[in-house]
Design a protein around this ligand. Structure first.
Ligand SMILES: N=c1c2ncn([C@@H]3O[C@H](COP(=O)(O)OP(=O)(O)OP(=O)(O)O)[C@@H](O)[C@H]3O)c2ncn1[C@@H]1O[C@H](COP(=O)(O)O)[C@@H](O)[C@H]1O
Length: 109
């Protein structure tokens, strides 16, 4: 059986943080950090586009694969900014139980 989702995210957060001190030649994450926010954000955009294409095809495994790529690259983006999955989980927890319609109406911007 796989580990609980929270443990997987915490372990990945720790790995991504540790990769800030890694060599870009041996770590893909470090090679992304070396590209800066523009390079990481570009990669997030590419993975989002690949997710959209996968969503329009019937292969469920391919869609899951692309969403995993998208999640991974957004986590790299967060870590690059000094954030982590924990901040997103806290925001999702805050929204839990509130209708998306009500939540959007309460947004200040
Ligand atoms: N979860 C992931 C993960 N998901 C996707 N990827 C990489 O993301 C890249 C996306 O592939 P693409 O084909 O879209 O990109 P590409 O076109 O080949 O790359 P570009 O030349 O366009 O940049 C591949 O290199 C994947 O291996 C990941 N790389 C790393 N991780 C995790 O991060 C940890 C640290 O990895 P390193 O930093 O490489 O040690 C690993 O132990 C994993 O847990």
């Amino acid at each position: 059986m796989s580990a609980p989702a929270s443990q997987i995210l915490e372990a990945l957060d720790a790995q991504l943080l540790a990769r800030k001190a890694a060599d870009a030649a041996s770590s893909y994450t470090a090679s992304l950090y070396a590209k800066g926010v523009d390079g990481i954000a570009k990669k997030v955009g590419e993975e989002a586009a690949e997710t959209i294409i996968a969503a329009k095809n019937p292969d469920d495994a391919a869609l899951v694969y692309e969403v995993a790529d998208l999640w991974f690259h957004t986590l790299v983006l967060l870590t690059h900014r000094g954030l982590s999955s924990q901040a997103v989980l806290a925001e999702l927890a805050r929204r839990m139980g509130t209708s998306g319609h009500a939540e959007k109406a309460a947004r200040s911007k």
